[in-house]
Each structure stands twice: as structure tokens, then as C-alpha cells.
Design a protein around this ligand. Sequence first.
Ligand SMILES: *Cc1c(COP(=O)(O)O)cnc(C)c1O
Length: 386
Amino acid sequence: MSAYLDHAATTPIDPSVWDAMRPYLEGRHGNASSLHAAGREARAAVETAREQVAQALGVAPLDVLFTSGGTEADNLAVKGLAWAGRDAGQGAHLVTTAIEHHAVLESAEWLAARQGFAVTVVPVERDGLVDPERLLDAVRPDTVVVSVMAANNEIGTVQPLEVIGPALADRGVAFHTDAVQAFGRSRLDLAAWGIGALALSAHKFNGPKGVGVLVLGRDLACEQVLHGGGQERGVRSGTLNTAGIVGCGAAAELTATTRADEVPRLRALRDRLLDGLAAIDGVSLNGSRERRLPHNAHVAIAGCDGEALLLALDAAGVAASTGSACQSGAAEPSHVLRAIGAPTEQVAHLRFTCGRTTTQADVDLAASACTDAVKRLRAVGGGALA
Ligand SMILES: *Cc1c(COP(=O)(O)O)cnc(C)c1O
């Protein structure tokens, strides 16, 4: 038996998505920019995918740009909007939060270190939520971009964009959100929340890796990062990845049309897992319980080492993730765990994320394997290798 509970890292391609992609890998090889029949066939497939993504998000197809993934979409939005804002004389200040994905955080930090911008990184509260007042207080007359993720990839907290967005509406800033984890799992209302730019990644919603989306309102000026053939409204050059884009469109449609059933199903599985884990002494939930993605369980388990526990779970066939990245042999707590002030000495932090293919048997296996592994590790003093 094995259980894949790492859908926040990546998801399997849905069979229906693969069926849609396949013809574009096997024979339909046209370049979507070519004028002949093969090119027009590819162009039509790309435009269908653009409509599927637009429909899933409630935006106009013209606002949808395809990229190579979430990382590129975030980089393009943060850098491109910042450069364009500065060129227009609006200022050179950005606001973001301490728990953003590295694609946003490091883009902002690079703009500050190398490009003469100023950046305010707003902390989050102990529950992993940004306080809208604190965020809005950080916005200055010279702010050009505000970037706040819709939901966090580690602890699953859902940020109050419905408060932040409307309050930014008349502040003259571009509002970007990384919605890579939120799409299909929590509500997104781009129009009501004043979201001008939004990033998605297909492989986080049962599409292929290497393709993403930047929704970019046509009223927003955005400097390009990749120069070349001028594809995608001149904002993102490069021959279009037809098969990947077709897969992204099919996956977006699947996600949007099944969301009403999928969200409660995921929540029930996640809650069953949390109930199972609650039987272990010294377990607590990281991040808000209420404002949380339905598929995410992120727990702190006292008295054992995170990596040792992860490896024990792996040996039992359970794929999860830990909130520490192994850097030069030392397990460092992630920037998200540090931002919420989570204790890290002899505390394991584990993320389990459910998805479209997750069953009750998977979460039951994870809970029992975790219970056994914690018992064994605690018996040997936590299991740290040091
Ligand atoms: C996975 C992820 C990304 C990066 O997307 P890629 O397509 O893997 O580059 C960005 N932001 C969040 C929140 C993510 O979870």
C-alpha cells in the first residue's frame, strides 16, 4: 500500500487532460504563430485553452497569458509591473508578505538589492494570516506593486484578499496574487477583489508541468522579462507550448467544473486525517483552521525530528513533506515556519496535502503510519541524526 499526500508539491495529470494533450505531442506539430493549416490548428487549440482558463477564472480570454509555470508568472508580474510602474514615474516601492513563495519573495528582494527598488515585507500573524490593516499601512504614495498570495503553499492559510483588494482599488497600485495553490480550492473573485495580475501553475491542478498562466489586466503596463518573438500580447515571448497549454486549459476546465464536489470531499478527507493524527500526543495544527485550504493538513509534532519522520513515512509508503529544507546537511526551518514563530527545536513539521486521486484508505494509512513512526522515533529520543 502507498499513499501520495503531497499534492501541494505537484499533482498527477488527470487521464482526461492527457487525452486532450496527446494529439499535440504525436502529430499536430504546428507552431501557433504560423499562418498555414498546421499553424492555424495549433492556434485554435491554444485559443480554446485560453477560453477554458478565462472561463474558470471569470476573466476575458485576452487577459490570459501562458507562461512556463508559476515561477515565471510570478517573476513576470512582480518584475514587469515594478519596472513599468517606475518607468511611468509612479515610484519604486513594493509591498509583499513574509510567507510568499520564493518566486515572489526573491523577485522582490532582487529588485531591492539590484534594481534600486524599496520593498516592505509585511509579517504575518501567529495563525499565518496577514493583518489587512498592517498590509494597507505599508502602502505608500510611491508603491507600484502589492503582491499577496491567495493561499500559502506550506501551511495552507487563505489570505484576506477580499478585504485587501477592494481597499487598494483607488490607491493606484498594481495588485498581484499568487493563486497557484488557491485555484480550485478556495474562492477567487478577480473583479470584486481588484486583482490585476494572478499566477497559476497547471501541475498544481492535475495538468502538466512546465506551463502556467499569468492573468494580466489589459489596463496594466507590464515590462517583458523574455524578449523575442512578441507572443502573448508582446508580454511573454517564446513559441507557445501547444500540448502543455492544451493540458492547462483542459485541467482548468476540469478543476472549475468539479470544484463544488471536490472541495467538500477534500475537506472531509483532510479532517479525517487530522482526527487520526490528533490521537498522537503533542500534535498541533500550524496555521488558521478556519481560513485554510480544504486539502491541507500541516501539523507540528513535538519530540521528534522532521526528516527522520518523513523518511519513516516514506518507508511506509506515505509521501508527505516537511517544513524544513535540508541545507548543507542541517535542517533549517522554512521561511514560513519562521514567519509564524513555530517552535523548531525537536519538533517535526509535516505537511499532508490531499488531491483528486486521494482516497479514505490513503489518509487512514498516513495516520496509522505516522502514529507508529512517532512512537518508534520517540523511543529512541526523537530520531535526529546529529
Ligand atoms: C508550486 C508553486 C509555485 C511555482 O510554480 P511552478 O509552476 O512549479 O514554477 C509558485 N507559487 C506557489 C504558491 C506554488 O505552490
